[in-house]
Design a protein around this ligand. Structure first.
Ligand code: ACO
Ligand code: ZN
Length: 281
């Protein structure tokens, strides 16, 4: 599908069943034509295969032996686990995840060339298995220094801090790669809010602790956040002055405290000591 066609297509699937949730969808997703006459689709929450009828799902669940996403568990802290799925090794899973995600992503063209992507799937685990709460995708090689292509928290899990956790995780991977990163554009409204929130919180925390001058380059080296994103964030907080042709950070402690109060919850932290990962080669 061309981008334009995707934008203008009317929503087809109205609801999905996934694990213990029934979820209302937000947008059109280009499922194969034989699924387009169904209002509801039934997903296996582990392999993400989807079916038109509940009985098919029940039959599938009796023989599906997955209890977590395919791929490597690269992070575990308490009940939270992150799995890395290589789209080339798990094409069907990657494609299923894209179909599912598109139901909640408006402006994104989906790349069905899942070979080129890694998928980071965040799960809440219990004795029944690891239940996906959200994910982000990442190009294996990005010319534009993108460290995240698409991000989604499934609606039943939204507004609990998982979005900021996923964003934080994407920057921890960039730090391990020794690169700066930025999310692929355009961002949705909710995506922009979440990124603004993350950038603001991370930068304010550093400025608050740091004594003396600090440059945007130094902030970028410490956080793996791209310099442009740091500049726009600090500008929106009115912490930047332009002097002698240069942007200078003016971090008045009183202003910092005011912003920090307004910045809200810090959210779920990524415990880097629990991340076992080496960059993709
Ligand atoms: N209304 C107002 N503010 C919101 C809302 C909302 N409904 N949702 C998130 N925010 C803001 C808040 O500032 C929130 O922080 P706070 O709760 O401390 O105030 C912040 O975003 C992040 O909240 P989280 O709970 O960490 O994020 P969540 O788990 O809800 O996930 C996400 C955010 C991934 C953007 C989610 O809304 C989503 O999946 N949306 C649909 C898909 C989408 O738009 N993805 C981004 C596309 S852009 C891209 O992929 C590069
Ligand atoms: Zn299955």
């Amino acid at each position: 599908l061309r981008e334009h066609e995707e934008f203008t297509k009317v929503k087809n699937i109205a609801t999905i069943e996934l694990g213990r949730y029934e979820i209302e969808t937000w947008y059109f997703s280009p499922f194969p034509p034989e699924y387009n006459d169904s209002l509801k689709l039934y997903f296996c929450e582990f392999c993400l295969n989807f079916m038109k009828r509940k009985e098919q799902l029940q039959r599938h669940m009796r023989k599906c032996d997955l209890k977590h996403p395919p791929g490597d568990e690269i992070y575990r802290s308490g009940t939270l686990s992150m799995f890395e799925v290589d789209g080339k090794k798990n094409k069907v899973y990657g494609r299923n995840l894209c179909y599912l995600a598109k139901l909640f992503l408006d402006h994104k063209t989906l790349y069905y060339d899942v070979d080129l992507f890694l998928f980071y799937v965040l799960c809440e685990c219990d004795d029944r298995g690891c239940h996906m709460v959200g994910y982000f995708s990442k190009e294996k090689h990005s010319e534009e220094s993108y460290n995240l292509a698409c991000i989604l928290t499934l609606p039943p899990y939204q507004r609990k801090g998982y979005g900021k956790f996923l964003i934080a995780f994407s920057y921890e991977l960039s730090k391990k790669e020794g690169k700066v990163g930025t999310p692929e554009r355009p961002l949705s409204d909710l995506g922009l809010l979440s990124y603004r929130g993350y950038w603001t919180r991370v930068l304010l925390d550093i400025l608050k602790k740091h004594k003396g001058n600090i440059s945007i380059k130094e902030l970028s080296d410490m956080t793996a956040i791209k310099a442009e994103d740091i500049l726009t964030t600090l500008q929106s907080l009115e912490l930047i002055q332009y002097r002698k042709g240069q942007h200078v950070i003016c971090a008045d402690p009183k202003v910092l405290d005011r912003h920090l109060k307004a910045a809200g919850r810090g959210g779920l932290e990524v415990d880097v000591s629990k991340l076992i990962w080496t960059p993709y080669k």
